[in-house]
Design a protein around this ligand. Sequence first.
Ligand code: ADP
Ligand code: MG
Length: 384
Amino acid sequence: MSAVIDAPSQNPGKTLVSLRNLNKHYGQFAAVDNISLDIQDGEFLTFLGSSGSGKSTTLSMLAGFETPSSGEILVGGQSLVSVPPHKRDIGMVFQRYSLFPHLSVRDNIAFPLAIRKLAAAERERRVDAMLKLVQLDTFAHRRPAQLSGGQQQRVAIARALVYEPRILLMDEPLGALDKKLREDLQDELRQLHRRLGITIVYVTHDQEEAMRLSQRIAIFSHGKIVGLGTGYDLYQNPPNAFVASFLGNSNFLKLKARGNGAALFEEQRLAIRLTAGLNHDQDVLLMVRPEKAQALSVAQAELEPLPQGWNQVAATVGEVLFLGESQTCSVVTAGGTAMTVKALSAAGMPLRSGDPVRVRWATADACVYTEWQASDLNKAAGAH
Ligand code: ADP
Ligand code: MG
């Protein structure tokens, strides 16, 4: 493949794109609210957020379809803001394939080269290579309507890549496809990225897709980036309660700090150990992932003393759900705090609705926040 698209000089760790204090206002409304972000050369970075959180607007400014209200976009240190879209060395793929219905697959892919007036032989060579890359060589003469949705999207990807842009932007490109096909194309995209070494900025509202594809994820909420990092880090160590709540599932306990690495769970007059020492009387939110917590029957809890460095609260089982690979158990404390515990089915969860239980977790597996809003704990909070 490298004979056709030269992998751009791999500068791992080097910034290719910089968004600096980028804003897009519609009247009084900030669709993009002062975003600053460095995207590295060769990186696969995903904008993840609920609908309306500002992902597409940010991508459109990078592509040149929208003009920022203020702020800078730099590529390789050069400002892009006054450069028209077709001169930006950027390819773009949308959810709707926007192929030309009257042109063959081959001519659709060749189109960007035709308008760039490439010599015919070179054009043929690149289109052939693209057809191979997206595995559509045998479909070259078909019209888009004679292809499945997944094949049409592969044509759109080939068309975006054929002029060898340095950066590929993709806005929910797999959104219209069913789950199995989406997963196949996710695998293809990962391989494509690895092979070509280009920088991909990808937009999705699907966190599993973001996790599967990306080296880093930028989490969007209300026009801002509220979390940035690898999927692993954002999940294991969310920077704030919003990210904790948005990504995966989480249990939240409201506590009062006591200032000595402990806090009070007031409803049970229970001291909870914390990793951080916080000011006395400060409100604290403790977060523990369902799979990091355990639920034990009262009898079991008496047989297995609480290990050093663990916490435990009393609760009553609401529901136990068998989900195949895993099981979940929802519980509620006497004071009405709901929690969920998740375990692999193989581990067994011999609990029933109404059972009194003890919910346990290791202090090191919990995260602690001192600033949050009630809306952060609501999963849909990223949307308007
Ligand atoms: P996302 O891609 O994350 O779903 P968008 O970037 O498309 O979100 O939109 C962000 C916000 O900006 C939304 O509330 C949307 O309604 C608003 N918005 C986008 N384009 C316009 C426009 N042309 N005029 C007014 N509001 C807009
Ligand atoms: Mg969008």
